[in-house]
Design a protein around this ligand. Structure first.
Ligand code: PLP
Length: 409
């Protein structure tokens, strides 16, 4: 029998969402008439905007003609999309990113999971706690950790606590690391880093030689005009940071699939002999070896996000979700609960009442209000004592969920 990658056996078996699913199923079997409202999973609900569908229809029809047919496209993405991204996501904010620093993909879970491959197996990795689980699990799979301890923390990983005390934006670690994952606006805490906090991280990376892996999947949900949308708004960041972006949340692409990663030309790492190497060349090599390009209709749809109609339709959807977030925040605060987030991200991060555990509060919400949240402990040990409620829902359902929590808890 073939030997397997033993590092996979260290993983704590995708514990969070399967466990939520199991508890919800059990509840529904026992209460078949209960109308359960799900504010647990971070998936969008509004239909795909018209401008995007129109562009995708046109692209498909083009593919049905002799002149318009296209086979394999460039692995890095079509120029029309890379140019639109460079202009609208970065140029419009005074940030100079050239189209050839942008690598289009089928979503940012893959990118943020794959990026670690181009760094040494011995690289020391720092990861916020709590956070999106992909960063941690992909590094465990690659063998950059020891086994998980009793508290669920893996030996060899440097955890960066995100707590109410530090506003859920982690401090640079005191021990040396090679890679630092940052996620802002943050999933699950719903909070976003300020310019000053990002300046501190960029200064830290420039001084220590660490590379920042900055996941900005939720930047379009930022409402505070003072907050940066890109790490590259911080001077000097392009020499120390890679940024991940996704059309999933901002454009309803969770099922359509498109994202991109920015690997700036000036970003360098070291080889075994201490020589400097362009990191972009490594990512380009990896991307074009293992990925054959996002589909043409999808990239046409993504580019339509930047047209006049597309921009307005996206803004309306984001506004809808952020109104939901306000309903959740206000409702929970009226109940006397402490709520973080929900202003610059579509997630509210709720302190559990009376110091009860995340899973106990999850069960109470499910059993009494028939509302599904996500226990904070599932995102890392510092998430214990919190519950995430997602604003990705229909307004009526969000209002009803809040009303039920108010009257039944
Ligand atoms: C949803 C999400 C993504 C996006 O993933 P896709 O693969 O692009 O759908 C990336 N990062 C975080 C933190 C997310 O919550």
């Amino acid at each position: 029998m073939a030997r397997i990658n033993d590092h996979y056996l260290k993983l704590s078996a995708g514990y969070l969402f399967p466990e939520i699913g199991r508890r919800v199923r059990e509840f529904q079997q026992a209460n078949p008439d209960a109308d359960v409202i799900r504010l647990g999973i971070g998936d969008v609900v509004l239909p795909l905007p018209q401008a995007i569908r129109d562009a995708m229809h046109r692209a498909i029809d083009e593919l049905g003609t002799d002149e318009g047919f296209r086979g394999y496209g460039p692995e890095q993405g079509y120029d029309f999309l890379r140019e639109a991204i460079a202009a609208h996501e970065f140029g419009a904010r005074g940030v100079e990113i050239s189209p050839d620093e942008i690598f289009v993909s089928d979503g940012s879970k893959c990118d943020s999971g794959n990026i670690q491959e181009i760094f040494a197996a011995s690289a020391r990795v720092a990861i916020p706690d709590p956070v999106y689980p992909v960063y941690l699990d992909t590094n465990v799979m690659a063998g950059r950790s020891g086994p998980a301890g009793e508290d669920g923390r893996y030996a060899g990983i440097v955890y960066l606590p995100c707590t109410a005390e530090n506003g859920f934006v982690p401090e640079p670690p005191s021990e040396p690391v090679d890679l630092v994952y940052l996620c802002s606006p943050n999933n699950p805490t719903g909070t976003a880093a300020t310019r000053g906090e990002l300046e501190r991280w960029v200064a830290y990376a420039r001084e220590s030689g660490a590379v920042l892996l900055y996941d900005a999947a939720y930047e379009a949900f930022i409402s505070d005009p003072e907050l940066p949308h890109s790490i590259y708004e911080i001077p000097g960041a392009s020499e120390v940071a890679i940024e991940f972006r996704s059309f999933s949340k901002k454009a309803g692409f969770t099922g359509v699939r498109c994202g991109f990663v920015v690997v700036p030309a000036g970003l360098r790492g070291r080889d075994a002999d201490g020589g400097e190497v362009e990191i972009q060349a490594l990512w380009d090599r990896r991307h074009s070896t293992k990925f054959n390009g996002a589909s043409y209709p999808v990239q046409a749809g993504a580019a339509a996000c930047y047209g006049e109609a597309g921009r307005a339709q996206l803004a309306a959807n984001i506004d809808y979700y952020m109104q939901n977030a306000r309903v959740i925040r206000d409702g929970m605060r009226d109940l006397g609960l402490t709520v973080h987030g929900g202003v610059d991200a579509p997630y509210a991060w709720i302190r559990t009442p009376d110091g009860i555990g995340s899973w106990d509060f999850f069960d109470r919400l499910l059993n009494q209000a028939h509302v599904v949240g996500t226990p904070g402990a599932g995102f890392g040990s510092c998430g214990e004592g919190y519950l995430r409620l997602s604003a990705f829902g229909r307004r009526e359902q969000v209002e009803q969920a809040v009303e039920r929590i108010r009257t039944r808890l």
